[in-house]
Design a protein around this ligand. Structure first.
Ligand code: AMP
Ligand code: MG
Length: 400
């Protein structure tokens, strides 16, 4: 039997062996939700010119300036720059227009009264030099760094790409992922349940997790508990996909064919079995073309814990997203720990009145008991030790 790998070693080994899926250029409107793999700098100053901020008039400010200004023309948004002929004149302006040459003051329409060919400043209007002008480069100068590799492209990032002329965007290639359930006892969600059968659910859970992270190229497969079939199907799947996420068949049982079948197809084992509970049987390896293969245990809590703790962060990191430090929480009540294994304990988290993130453990009775998981936000990770982790213990927390 192989040695147990520690949780931190398992994480480090995965990070060390994960392939990079590379990057590709996509049209801007296909980039939303993808992970940026280039730096984006300001194409020009923002704003690119001194810009009028209100509808009204533009004029030249001076101490005791005239309160009647003759309309000498108009400077509408989108027009090339006009000029103010004299200090007792004004140009009609709209929001977004260039500030006309010779002007340094914009007076909003609400503070004006039209009188024939002139505007009169209302009594309460006390103009200041420079008012209602958004100065060139005051948001950022040409060449400033706006977006960095590793950012996910949401609405604000998309706006910056559009505003800076990035019609084609370099993003991380989305890996093709196969989620593979194994087991003769498993049937589809809509099939009749025979004696000794259960519905498969790990594949649905893992696909949901990946979809929420934007992974769109995900296929679902099922393999029966047969040695030759397991080998054949794994070979096919390795041909078609960059990542395999299997569940079940990875323990020591007579019908757990997955590790041997993976080895037979040239998937090199990086580790098998982690010193943790639940999820001890997890297997990880690298296929002949660099495919990442995560073989998760079949028990639903174990599968979800391992997918959350290892597979999801590894897939995100392989797309170029910087790995974030884990969250910390404070145990609200004592929790049993294991003398030799790291414990992962599902928990609900809530911020208390003093701003601390309190974790309310919801221990599952077995690693197959996933009925209480919907009332939890994730799981706490507790190092091995004697007895119990007391209330008040600070622990790392991983969200589903
Ligand atoms: P195994 O790791 O194949 O021995 O499976 C361990 C336990 O998890 C068994 O009770 C299986 O029925 C169950 N199991 C395996 N795969 C799934 C799945 N995809 N969905 C739900 N339960 C599963
Ligand atoms: Mg099985």
């Amino acid at each position: 039997m192989s040695e147990l790998t520690s949780v931190s070693q398992a994480q480090a080994l995965i990070a060390e062996h994960m392939p990079s899926f590379g990057s590709e250029l996509v049209p801007l409107d296909e980039a939303v939700g993808r992970i940026l793999r280039q730096a984006v700098r300001a194409e020009h100053d923002h704003p690119p010119f001194d810009r009028v901020m209100m509808d009204g008039i533009a004029t030249r400010w001076s101490q005791g300036m005239p309160r009647r200004l003759a309309v000498a023309g108009a400077q509408m948004a989108g027009m090339p720059r006009q000029s103010l002929p004299s200090g007792d004149a004004c140009l009609e302006v709209t929001t977004g227009a260039m500030l006309p040459a010779g002007c340094d003051c914009v007076i909003p329409i609400e503070q004006l009264r039209r009188d024939g060919g002139d505007y009169l400043l209302s009594d309460e209007c006390q103009p200041q030099a420079g008012q209602f002008i958004h100065r060139q480069a005051s948001d950022c100068a040409q060449g400033s760094l706006l977006l960095s590799p590793g950012m996910r492209l949401g609405p604000a990032e998309m706006a910056l790409l559009a505003a800076n002329g990035v019609a084609k965007v370099e993003v991380a290639v989305m890996p093709s992922i196969a989620i593979v359930s194994t087991g003769d006892e498993l049937v589809n969600v809509d099939a009749p349940l025979g004696e000794g059968q259960i519905r498969r659910s790990n594949d649905t859970a893992v696909r949901a997790m990946l979809r929420l992270e934007g992974f769109a190229r995900v296929a679902m497969e099922h393999i029966v508990d047969d040695e030759a079939a397991t080998r054949e199907r794994i070979a096919e799947l390795l041909d078609r996909h960059d990542v395999l996420l299997l569940s079940g068949g990875v323990s020591m049982g007579q019908r757990d064919y997955v590790p041997a079948a993976l080895a037979a197809q040239g998937v090199r084992k990086v580790f098998h079995r982690i010193a943790q509970k639940p999820g001890k049987p997890m297997w990880f390896g690298i296929g002949p073309r660099g495919q990442a293969v995560f073989a998760l245990p079949g028990n639903p809590v174990s599968a979800l814990v391992c997918a959350t703790r290892y597979a999801r962060p590894a897939l995100l990191a392989a797309q170029g997203i910087p790995v974030s430090a884990p969250e910390h929480v404070v145990l609200d009540s004592e929790v049993d720990i294991n003398p030799t294994l790291v414990s992962f304990v599902p928990a609900r988290v809530q911020t208390d009145a003093s701003g601390r993130s309190m974790a309310y453990p919801v221990p599952s009775r077995t690693s197959g008991d996933f009925s209480s998981l919907p009332r939890t936000h994730g799981f706490i990770e507790l190092p091995s030790g004697q007895g119990k982790a007391p209330a008040g213990t600070v622990a790392t927390f991983y969200r589903w």
